[in-house]
Design a protein around this ligand. Structure first.
Ligand code: AMP
Length: 350
C-alpha cells in the first residue's frame, strides 16, 4: 500500500519556538505560517523553548514577556491548542533527564563541530557558555521525548537534526532496537529569506523588521519606509528583485502578479506598490491582530492553554522515559516512583 495522507496524519511533527524576541513578519512568513500548515498533515507538537533562550537571554522579565508574546502570536496566527499540543519546554522536566542520558552517548568532538557553537566562536565569543555547546543535545532530547517522526527545520538546523538522529540510532544500538523513534528532518530547502525594509534579511537586530501586530496606522507608516528605486511615476519598472515586490510575493502571490504587471506597464509608482502591499498585509494580519490583542491581555488564559498542553505532553514524555529508564537499567516501577514523589520531608527518617 502506498503511503496516504491518513498515514501521515498519524505521524508526529515537532516545532520549537525560541522566545528571544517579539515575532516579526520574517518569523511569520519564514516560520510560523509554514509550521502551522503542517498541523493539517501531522499530529503536531509546538513548544516554546524557554530553556534554550537562556543561553543568550538573561533578562527574566523579558523572557517571561517574550513567552507570552510568542504564545499569543502563534495562537493568533491560527495554532489550535485543541488539535495540537502547545506547551512550554520548561513544563516537562523529563527533557533534562533524557538530555543527560543522551549526553553520555555523544562525543564532545561532535558537539565541537556544532553550528551554534562554531558561530558563537566565529562571532568573537572566545568562551561560549556550555549551554551553547550542549544545545544540540537538549534539542535532541526535545525531539526524542515526544516520539517525533518529522522535524520541520530550515537548512541551518540540518546539522542539529543529524546529531539527534545519530543519538537515537546510537541509543537504540546500545540499549535495544525501537526504544527511541528516529526522526526525519523536513528541510525547507527553498524557504525564501524575507527581506526587511532595507532589502537585507529581516531581523529585529538590524532594525529593518515589520512588526506583526502594530496598529494599521503604524503598519502603514513602517511599510512606507521600504526602500525602492527612484523612477518617476510614469516610467515602467522592474519588479523582480525589489523589496516591496518580493515581500508581496511571499505574502500573497496573486497580488504580487498584479503588482508586477502594473509596475512593468508604467503609470504606477513605488508609493502605489507600497500601498497595495500594505493593504494585502493588513488584510492578512488585521483579524489576527484582534485575536493577538485579546490573548495578550489575558496572561492567565495563556498560562491555562500552555498548562493544558504541558499536561498532554507530559503523559507522552513519561511513557518515553519509562522505556528509556528500563532500557538503560535505571528502571523504577511507577508505583515506587509515585510513593517517592508523595513523601513529605517529615516522612523521611533522620
Ligand atoms: P529568529 O528569532 O531570528 O531565530 O527566527 C526564528 C525563525 O524565524 C527562523 O528559524 C526562521 O525560520 C524564521 N525567520 C526569521 N527571520 C526570517 C527572515 N528574514 N526570513 C525568513 N525566515 C525568517
Amino acid at each position: 500500500m502506498t503511503p496516504t495522507a491518513t498515514d501521515a496524519s498519524t505521524k508526529t511533527s515537532l516545532t520549537g519556538i525560541k522566545p528571544t524576541d517579539t515575532p516579526h513578519l520574517g518569523n511569520y512568513l519564514g516560520a510560523i505560517r509554514p509550521a502551522l500548515k503542517l498541523s493539517e498533515q501531522f499530529k503536531s507538537y509546538y513548544f516554546i523553548a524557554d530553556y534554550h533562550a537562556i543561553t543568550t537571554l538573561r533578562d527574566p522579565v523579558a523572557l517571561q514577556q517574550n513567552v507570552y508574546d510568542v504564545a499569543a502570536t502563534w495562537l493568533a496566527c491560527g495554532l489550535d491548542p485543541e488539535r495540537t499540543v502547545f506547551f512550554r519546554q520548561s513544563d516537562v522536566l523529563e527533557v533534562f533527564e533524557l538530555a543527560w542520558i543522551l549526553s553520555c552517548l555523544v562525543a564532545t568532538g561532535q558537539l565541537e563541530r556544532g553550528h551554534a557553537y562554531k558561530d558563537a566562536l566565529a562571532k568573537g565569543d572566545a568562551a561560549p557558555n556550555a549551554g551553547i555547546f550542549y544545545y544540540p543535545v537538549l534539542m535532541a532530547a526535545d525531539i526524542l521525548l515526544y516520539d517525533t517522526d518529522v522535524v520541520p527545520v530550515g537548512k541551518d538546523q540540518k546539522q542539529h537534526i543529524e546529531v539527534c538522529r545519530d543519538l537515537a540510532v546510537r541509543f537504540n544500538h546500545v540499549y535495544g532496537d525501537g526504544v527511541l523513534v528516529v526522526p526525519e528532518a523536513h528541510i525547507s530547502e527553498d524557504a525564501p529569506l524575507v527581506p526587511g525594509l532595507d532589502g537585507e534579511k529581516m531581523s529585529k537586530s538590524r532594525g529593518n523588521s515589520i512588526p506583526l501586530f502594530a496598529s494599521a496606522k503604524e503598519l502603514r507608516k513602517v511599510v512606507m519606509k521600504i526602500t525602492t528605486g527612484s523612477e518617476t511615476l510614469e516610467e515602467p519598472k522592474v519588479a523582480e528583485g525589489t523589496t516591496v515586490y518580493e515581500l508581496t510575493k511571499q505574502l500573497t502571490p496573486s497580488i504580487a502578479d498584479d503588482m508586477k504587471r502594473k509596475l512593468e506597464a508604467g503609470n504606477y509608482g513605488w508609493g502605489h506598490a507600497k500601498q497595495d502591499f500594505f493593504e494585502a498585509l493588513d488584510a492578512e494580519l488585521g483579524p489576527k491582530r484582534d485575536v493577538y490583542t485579546a490573548f495578550r491581555s489575558d496572561e492567565e488564559k495563556l498560562d491555562r492553554v500552555l498548562a493544558d498542553g504541558a499536561e498532554r505532553a507530559r503523559s507522552l514524555a513519561r511513557a518515553t522515559m519509562a522505556r528509556v529508564r528500563e532500557a538503560i537499567g535505571i528502571a523504577r516501577p511507577i508505583d515506587d516512583l509515585r510513593r517517592t514523589v508523595s513523601l513529605k520531608r517529615s516522612d523521611i527518617p533522620m
